[in-house]
Design a protein around this ligand. Structure first.
Ligand code: ARG
Length: 582
């Protein structure tokens, strides 16, 4: 149990000893730090339950709290607000407990198994900025949930199925008609066939094919035919499709790796499609399918709906399965393979209706049990200064690689040539670029849109990734410089700034819980900035290494070590990489 939760338990116990019973008690950092560190407002609620004067209740509680060696300056304000502060001796103990074990800031949850769907990259199409937030937020939520004790499997859920792939294969056929994939008499091993296509070419093929399909009816027909061939595993077509997936996946993985995003599972929509027949049988048996203009649909309206709720399209009129059905089949697949307690989805906010339909249909068909939770959390878009989704200078879709390059141009300019040798600059700058991009992406509440402002994001001052990295690396080098000085045990807390830092540190437990609850990283990102700024203030106020009072010096080094460890822990939770130097 965390230090703060223990304190809360102890205070709740004191309240009980004073003769009052509370269901829940949580310690609130004071909004008037001049009056105390924390504020206990429960006397007002208790006054209603016990029909007593709140001031009297506050008095009773105060008398009990005074028995504890941890508290000081307990005073009552107004009608019965109790202000309470932590004793310096106790703050020293707190530092030593945290130094021993950083887990004393964490409340572990009951273990739960979760599949988290947060990739959504599409094969044979470049990853674009739309995939950035899903990767950043999803990865960080996965790390946070894991830290708090859940067992989370992240799934890339590759878009490797359906019409786009049919067009890619068709376009390859047009460009390289002599490949053995299209030769019906070929009976060699397809896995030995060299495909003369680079990933760069592959990324150009889809947009071109898609344009041709718009302009040319015959091409469109042909594309549909090829899609059907792939989906029914016609040799050659099916093998070429697999090859395309393989090439593209390698490239997608490279970008995700650079973003410090790592999936446990690399399942694709095509894997789920294998479960379609079984899914279809379940829906048939439960009589959930209706005919509508040649298509099959599932009614998902509920009486309480205020907004229109269209039916879920199960099988399209041309016989192919829809995006929604793919997600239903994926639920069935995940059930069979992992039987998770919960399935979480992190996608663009514009997919809300889609997931409402999918979850309702899944419940109707009892693909999951009542106890299993399906949870979707959406995010807003990253916009350009025009307020529309961020584009390239000429108005095209911005690829994720292009975006990283763009940020890298800025971070490279700001590298300190005195500390980073020429040959390391590019590598370090790219790490800083990723940190820049990720921090800027995680600091707004996930549901809101934000504007991409590269110069602001890359600044070494302010709420930015580079500021956090720079400060954290400086803590590390301070500790390294002090490696021959004792930095074992805190013994005193001598300044107001130190005390503020310790209160912030203790608050980490709440911040972590709150962030997981909201499935948003903004509180953690803000917290990192706050803790770092408070530490930097302390750093500016004191000469740590050259301090002559050995007791103070050792205590300050312990504090530095703790803040450094917390920063590293939280940067890791946010999936933000830290360079060796900068
Ligand atoms: N591939 C989709 C896209 O690029 C996103 C997939 C989101 N996840 C899901 N389970 N539907 O828009």
């Amino acid at each position: 149990m965390s230090i703060i939760t223990n304190l809360e338990k102890e205070i709740k116990e004191s309240i009980k000893n004073a003769g009052y019973e509370l269901d829940n008690f949580s310690l609130q950092l004071s909004s008037r730090p001049d009056l105390g560190d924390y504020q206990i407002n429960d006397a007002m609620t208790l006054a209603r339950t016990y029909h007593k004067n709140p001031h009297q209740i506050a008095e009773d509680i105060k008398n009990e709290l005074e028995k504890s060696p941890k508290f000081t300056n307990i005073n009552i304000a107004g009608p019965g607000f109790i202000n309470i502060s932590l004793k310096d001796e106790y703050l020293v103990d707190v530092l030593n407990m945290i130094k021993e074990d950083i887990n004393s800031l964490i409340d572990k949850k009951e273990p739960k198994s979760i599949v988290l769907d947060y990739g959504g990259a599409n094969v044979a199409k470049a990853l674009h900025v739309g995939h950035l937030r899903s990767a950043n937020i999803g990865e960080a939520i996965k790390r946070l949930a894991t830290l708090l004790g859940y067992n989370v499997l992240g799934d890339a859920h590759l878009g490797d199925y359906g019409r786009p792939l049919g067009f890619v294969v068709l376009e390859i056929k047009k460009r390289y008609p002599d490949l053995p994939y299209f030769d019906e008499s070929y009976n060699g091993d397809y896995s030995e066939v060299e495909l003369p296509i680079t990933n760069e070419e592959l990324e150009k093929i889809y947009p071109e094919a898609s344009q041709k399909a718009k302009d040319d009816e015959a091409y469109l027909e042909e594309g549909r035919d090829v899609t059907a061939k792939i989906q029914s595993h016609v040799p050659g077509y099916y093998d070429l499709w697999k090859k395309v997936v393989e090439i593209s996946k390698k490239d997608i993985k490279k970008v995700y790796d650079e973003l410090n995003v790592h999936f446990e599972l690399w399942q694709g929509e095509s894997d789920a499609a294998e479960y379609f027949n079984e899914l279809n049988a379940i829906f048939e048996k439960k009589n959930l399918l209706e005919e509508s203009e040649g298509a099959k649909i599932v009614e998902v309206k509920e009486e309480t709906d205020k907004a229109p709720m269209p039916p879920l399209l199960f099988v399209k009129s041309n016989g192919t399965i829809s995006y929604a059905t793919t997600d239903l089949a994926t639920i069935l697949e995940r059930q069979k393979k992992h039987h998770p307690d919960e399935i979480w989805y992190c996608t663009d906010a514009r997919q809300e209706l889609h997931f409402t339909q999918v979850f309702r249909a899944a419940r109707k068909a009892e693909l999951v049990t009542e106890n299993q939770k399906l949870d979707w959390f959406g995010f807003g878009t990253m916009n350009g200064s025009d307020g529309k989704p961020f584009k390239t200078r000429d108005g095209g879709v911005m690829s994720l690689k292009g975006l990283i390059d763009l940020v890298n141009e800025e971070t490279l300019k700001r590298i300190n040539p005195d500390t980073v040798p020429e040959e390391e600059r590019e590598k370090i700058s790219r790490i800083i670029a990723i940190a820049t991009l990720k921090y800027a992406d995680l600091i707004p509440y996930r549901g809101t849109d934000y504007i991409f402002e590269v110069e602001k994001f890359a600044d070494l001052e302010g709420k930015t990734g580079p500021y956090l990295l720079y400060s954290t690396i400086r803590m590390k080098s301070l500790l390294a410089k002090a490696k021959d000085i004792k930095q074992e045990t805190a013994q005193v807390v001598s300044t107001k700034t130190e005390k503020d830092i310790i209160l912030t540190i203790l608050n980490l437990t709440n911040i972590l819980n709150k962030s997981l609850e909201a499935k948003s990283l903004n509180d953690i990102a803000e917290y990192l900035y706050k803790l770092t700024s408070q530490y930097n203030k302390f750093y500016a106020e004191n000469k740590i290494i050259t301090e002559e009072d050995a007791v103070k010096r050792e205590s300050w080094l312990v504090l530095t070590k703790i803040v450094y460890n917390i920063n590293m822990l939280l940067l890791d939770v946010l999936g933000i990489p830290v360079p060796e130097k900068m």
